[in-house]
Ligand binder design. Structure first.
Ligand SMILES: Cc1cc2nc3c(=O)[nH]c(=O)nc-3n(C[C@H](O)[C@H](O)[C@H](O)COP(=O)(O)OP(=O)(O)OC[C@H]3O[C@@H](n4cnc5c(N)ncnc54)[C@H](O)[C@@H]3O)c2cc1C
Length: 520
């Protein structure tokens, strides 16, 4: 390889592959000396086809790629997501829930609002007191108005979408507008440089019909098969099964009973005796799935829990057969080896709680674009930083997901110790064991999280900690602090009173976008 980076091959045409290829092409492609980008996908292995909940970062990613939000909403069966609602996670009682909204608490970072919440409003959910989001979601409102420009928000939001349609749209855009070369073929072998400075680097991928496809940098987006980082380079998967037990899901798409059924503007995550169920409302159907640990529940039990949930939430009786997806919860010990970077399921998967997988894809793709090593000589240093950063990020995702389970007071189902085992500190990550006692005395704060662009910031920890019923000790606070916090609560209440009547219904905004579009 001549030292300058000229050609990039992305292996895999799932959401990860197309997002990475499109972003790389948008930032570094182009006819005048830009990178050549080729995406190879096999017609024998379809993309996984789940992964329909996102984070607000997706707005920025789509904008960077050059997509129109109107077209995205129209083509990908999109609805808006303002956060997640957790039903039955604390004690498992009917009607019990809390929100983890995307909007920050009013006044977040300026003052400690917890003493004032405990002193004056402890009977109300934390999220309801510090943010208007739960009221906006409960009222079925959209996060923006019809006149709000594309990608701009009134209340912070992300998306739910149809993963298959999303892949198609990205593919079309990447090929037609960004110049990505598309090869539909199966990669049978990985060919390495045998000598010279780059001995051991990947030289080319051997395809069945298109021969050798060479490049300077290879992005492994081959999904759970992990063809390059896992199979070729043999980088082990660091299992997190002892911390987060879930390793399977039964996924199903279900129609609405009526086409004008209410459209929730959040992902609903409902705990059951041995796992939890996701419910993502798209305009024309729901995506629903039971997540479980095969060590604690059989497939039949998960199936029964899913069907009971669908009955309870009014799904029509004709439902199809759920698809079983198995995965090993964990992540690779390294993500970037030599001239190969793994992004997406190829570098790991924990479980879909809090929808962090696509967010990690976006973060990885953005990081790759921002720090793209333009020569092979500069690649190893970039790789070391990338590996260090993303190991840190995966570990923080694990801490945060475990928090949802560690604090649950749910009783175990007969014959199971699913929730009790989650509560056992021996199954907690070390950092969580250290931080939870500190948070008995003060709220989670910025300095608990070392990096500027943390995957889950202190605000997310506050929403989940207090939503899960965790109560810090009531320590005395200065009158000025209590008054400042009360002013924040008043502001959150004012915002809720203003936003609920001012924002359109969620479904009616989606209908409006389909008919008239958003302003650009
Ligand atoms: C049950 C479940 C629920 C999830 N829910 C969410 C969620 O709500 N939010 C979220 O952010 N994420 C979620 N995820 C994760 C999300 O689905 C993935 O992160 C996302 O779809 C990206 O997948 P991928 O592109 O890495 O892999 P895939 O979609 O599996 O794509 C792999 C690609 O590699 C290609 N390939 C493989 N081997 C070869 C070969 N030899 N030759 C050529 N091509 C090859 C295949 O053809 C395919 O195109 C969920 C995952 C699961 C399992």
């Amino acid at each position: 390889m001549n030292d300058r980076l000229r050609e990039v091959v992305v292996l895999g045409g799932g959401s990860a592959g197309w997002l990475v290829a499109a972003l790389l092409a948008a930032v570094h492609g182009g006819p005048d000396g830009g990178l050549g980008i080729t995406l190879i996908e096999s017609s024998e292995t379809p993309p996984i086809g789940v992964g329909e909940g996102t984070w607000p970062s997706m707005r920025d990613t789509l904008r960077r790629i050059g997509l129109s939000e109107t077209e995205f909403v129209r083509r990908c069966n999109v609805s808006f997501k303002q956060g997640s609602r957790f039903d039955g996670w604390v004690q498992g009682q009917a009607g019990e829930h809390y929100y983890h909204p995307f909007s920050l608490p009013v006044g977040h970072g300026d003052i400690d609002v917890v003493p004032a919440w405990l002193a004056g409003h402890a009977d109300r959910a934390f999220a309801d007191v510090v943010s208007p989001s739960s009221q906006v979601c409960d009222a079925g409102r959209a996060p923006k108005q019809a006149q709000t420009p594309e990608f701009a928000a009134v209340a912070n939001y992300a998306y739910h979408f149809d993963a298959g349609l999303f892949g198609q749209m990205l593919r079309e855009h990447a090929i037609q507008h960004l110049g990505v070369r598309h090869v539909v073929d199966h990669v049978d072998a990985v060919l390495s440089h045998q000598d010279g400075d780059h001995c051991g680097d990947i030289a080319a991928l051997q395809t069945r019909a298109h021969g050798r496809i060479e490049a300077d940098l290879f992005i492994d987006c081959s999904g759970l098969a992990s063809q390059l980082i896992g199979r070729h380079f043999g980088v082990p998967l660091k299992s997190e099964r002892e911390v987060l037990f879930n390793d399977a899901a039964l996924a199903l798409q279900v129609p609405y009973a009526r086409p004008d059924a209410p459209l929730p503007s959040c992902t609903i995550a409902t705990a059951w005796a041995k796992g939890w169920i996701w419910d993502i409302g798209l305009p024309t159907r729901r995506g629903v799935g039971a997540v479980f640990s095969r060590a604690h529940a059989s497939e039949d039990e998960a199936q029964a829990a899913l069907q009971a949930y669908l009955d309870a939430t009014g799904a029509p009786a004709e439902r199809g057969t759920p698809r079983l997806i198995r995965f090993e919860p964990g992540y690779r010990e390294r993500f970037w080896v030599r001239n190969c970077v793994a992004i997406g399921l190829s570098c790991g998967f924990i479980e879909p709680l809090e929808a962090s997988a696509l967010a990690l894809v976006e973060l990885s793709a953005a990081r790759l674009c921002d720090e793209l090593p333009m020569t092979r000589a500069s690649m190893d240093a970039v790789a070391r930083r990338f590996n260090d950063d993303f190991s840190y990020r995966w570990a923080r995702v694990i801490d945060f997901l475990k928090l949802h389970y560690a604090l649950s007071q749910r009783q175990d189902a007969p014959g199971s110790d699913y929730w009790r085992a989650h509560r056992d500190p021996a199954t907690w990550p070390e950092r969580l064991r250290e931080l939870l006692p500190m948070w008995r005395l003060r709220q989670p704060a910025r300095h608990d999280f070392g990096r500027i662009d943390e995957v889950f910031p202190a605000a997310s920890y506050q929403y989940v900690l207090y939503g899960m019923g965790f109560r810090p000790e009531r320590l005395p606070a200065a009158t000025a602090t209590l008054q400042a916090a009360q002013a924040c609560f008043d502001e959150a209440a004012r915002q809720a009173r203003r936003l609920v009547p001012a924002l359109p219904g969620h479904r009616s905004l989606i209908d409006h976008i389909h008919q008239h579009g958003l302003s650009r």
